[in-house]
Design a binder for this molecule. Structure first.
Ligand code: ASP
Length: 332
């Protein structure tokens, strides 16, 4: 084709595209969801285990959504400040919350909770289940779990237990641990288990129960003492670690689950698109590899749905309410 004709065809083509864009562009751009970045609120400190899951998931989901997911760490009151914020946020499809078991334990832990997890949210789906590990500072004079049980019973409230506040899974695990041992430790709350782990590494606190999504690299580098995992069976990511039940705490089990929520009244189309991106993200090879390396297990497809999360949350509220009320741990 003579160069002059090729240039004319190009000009025509660009003119058509430009006209098409002028005619349909603004309306289509306004209608298409999402047309700007989405905020995913994390209830705990940056760098911690919930944050690690959120950031990896957000990166995987943004590939499907074509928009970035901005992580916002809103810490405080064991995750309940973040939940309150999202319950009251505009239900426009641009604010979501990722939370763990704390969504189900908060109603029993807080007498004046400003939201109802079963009424004030729309549900997107579950993400992954994560075991916890019980860790001691490196120089704690108890080499393994049987020695720690003895040490804890002797020292009682001289033992400092770090957690991420009332409503955090580190608090839940610590509460069950103290009950099982018949001891009362001194609790030191942080804005998340990222700063709690820093305190453990620095020797300012003695013990911490925390998800493998943060602890595995520190365990492998032998920067902490590992007393055991909180699942009933040993886990693939730490095959040599005994379970706490193996070491004498029969039936001891805490498994951390994660759900994604939206403010109540979010448009169903936005929930459906965000859920489709969640399900695609959970299939993303890089995300799956990272989760497997950190001991997390992607939930089955039946749980990756709004109904799957809602049913699960209800069952967890029913499960933990009586256990927490029996332990008598709460905030006014
Ligand atoms: N592991 C924390 C908890 O205890 C949360 C976090 O910092 O991600 O709930």
């Amino acid at each position: 084709m003579p160069p002059i004709l090729a240039r004319a065809r190009c000009t025509l083509a660009w003119t058509a595209v430009a006209l098409g864009c002028l005619a349909a562009g603004p309306a289509a751009a306004q209608n298409a969801y999402p047309n700007h970045p989405i905020t995913l609120v994390v209830p705990f400190a940056a760098g911690g285990p919930t944050d690690v899951v959120a950031r990896s998931l957000g990166a995987a989901m943004s590939k499907t959504l074509g928009q970035s997911i901005v992580i916002e760490n809103r810490t405080g009151a064991g995750g309940t400040l973040a939940s309150t914020h999202v319950a009251r946020a505009a239900p426009d499809g641009y604010t979501f919350l990722i939370h763990h078991n704390g969504m189900a334990t908060a109603p029993a832990l807080y007498r004046k909770l400003p939201y109802d997890p079963l009424k004030d949210f729309d549900y997107v789906g579950q993400v992954a289940d994560v075991p916890m590990t019980l860790l001691g500072r490196k120089d704690l004079p108890a080499a393994d779990m049987p020695a720690f049980i003895k040490y804890a019973r002797e020292k009682g409230d001289k033992v400092n237990l770090a957690n991420a506040g009332l409503g955090a899974v580190s608090q839940l695990c610590g509460m069950l641990l103290q009950e099982a041992l018949g001891t009362q430790f001194t609790t030191v709350p942080y804005a998340g288990t990222a700063p709690a782990l820093t305190a453990l590494l620095g020797g300012q606190v003695d013990v911490l129960c925390d998800q493998t999504t943060q602890t595995i690299p520190h365990i492998k580098a032998e920067r902490v003492k590992l007393y055991g995992v909180t699942t009933l069976d040993r886990i693939k990511a730490l095959p040599d670690a005994p379970t706490l039940q193996e070491s004498g705490l029969k039936g001891f089990e805490v498994k951390v689950w994660h759900g994604v929520y939206a403010p109540k009244g979010t448009p169903p189309e936005a929930i459906a698109k965000f859920n489709a991106a969640l399900r695609a993200g959970l299939k993303d090879p890089a995300f799956r590899q990272k989760m497997a390396d950190l001991g997390a297990e992607i939930v089955p497809e039946s749980k990756q749905t709004p109904a799957g999360l809602q049913t699960w949350l209800q069952s967890e509220v029913n499960k933990w309410g009586p256990i927490i009320r029996k332990a008598g741990v709460y905030a006014d």
